[in-house]
Design a binder for this molecule. Structure first.
Ligand SMILES: C[S@@+](CC[C@H](N)C(=O)[O-])C[C@H]1O[C@@H](n2cnc3c(N)ncnc32)[C@H](O)[C@@H]1O
Length: 256
């Protein structure tokens, strides 16, 4: 079976104009975040990009830090190697980049002393509440005492209830001669996850069946507060950058 990310590539594929515009927007956001000191302004920073895809967010932060005269290194964790290899295409020169192909939950305990951890591009859907609690605990441990965790997300309660998604098949992506649609195929009360089937049209060719958690922002922030001292939500209106969604942050990891 193919991966749904073979089709939902435009927002992160370095050769797509949509992704290039998104990269510029993410850089603007990090520029804003540095001015606001949401990202710490140290002489050297170690950045960790989780569920990195092509590393668009980590690379955008690395380039922005370089522009600010801050030395930085980047570590990326991503399940799919083929996308991880594309990170170089976002970078303008020689940079210290380490790519880890694997699961964030398994790899995080091996990592320490990062300054910034990113979970960018609506990746929370891949974690059910139990996995999310574990993920946040492990991120907090992988950060230094003044580290910060930034999560770009959307409020799915709003999407579901106000926009009526899943009352009919939902169009996820379109190519010249194909359409990727998703269907609600079940719900797990115990995990709070939907089973979503992705199909390629015409022909209803199965692409992937994914267990997805549709989070709301306050739900994420509430869980982040178990692992971080200071927690907040920067709304799209507050940062004002078109192309970057709401951002949940956690700063000062709790030390057990
Ligand atoms: C929504 S995409 C976001 C990618 C990237 N952060 C961006 O902003 O474009 C989520 C990515 O997470 C990866 N992924 C999902 N679950 C993962 C896990 N447990 N560990 C590592 N990668 C994971 C997927 O392969 C996919 O590339």
């Amino acid at each position: 079976m193919a991966s749904l990310y073979d089709y939902m590539r435009l927002p992160m594929d370095p050769s797509s104009e949509i992704a290039q515009k998104r990269y510029v927007a993410i850089r603007s956001f990090f520029n804003w975040a540095l001015k606001e000191k949401l990202v710490p302004r140290k002489r050297e920073l170690r950045v960790l990009d989780l569920c990195a895809g092509t590393g668009i967010a980590g690379a955008a932060l690395l380039e922005t830090l370089t522009e600010w005269g801050i030395e930085a290194s980047l570590t990326l964790i991503e399940k799919r190697k083929e996308d991880l290899l594309l990170v170089e295409e976002w970078l303008s020169g020689e940079r210290e980049v380490i790519g880890i192909v694997g699961d964030c939950l398994t790899e995080l305990p091996k990592l320490r002393d990062f300054d910034v951890a990113l979970l960018w591009g609506h990746s929370m859907a891949h974690f059910n509440p139990f996995q999310a609690a574990e993920l946040f605990r492990r991120v907090a441990k992988a950060l230094g005492h003044d580290g910060v965790f930034l999560i770009e997300e959307t409020d799915n309660f709003e999407r579901l209830f106000y926009r009526g998604r899943y009352r009919s098949p939902h169009v996820e992506a379109r190519g010249d001669d194909w359409t990727l649609v998703s269907l609600d195929e079940g719900y797990s009360r115990k995990n709070g996850t939907m089973l979503v089937g992705f199909y390629k049209l015409p022909g209803w060719e199965p692409v992937e069946r994914a267990e997805i958690r549709l989070w709301d922002l306050a739900g994420i922030a509430g869980m982040v507060s178990m692992a971080f001292e200071r927690v907040g939500i920067v709304s799209k209106n507050e940062h004002g950058i078109v192309g970057v969604d709401d951002v949940v942050y956690g700063a000062f990891p709790h030390r057990a």
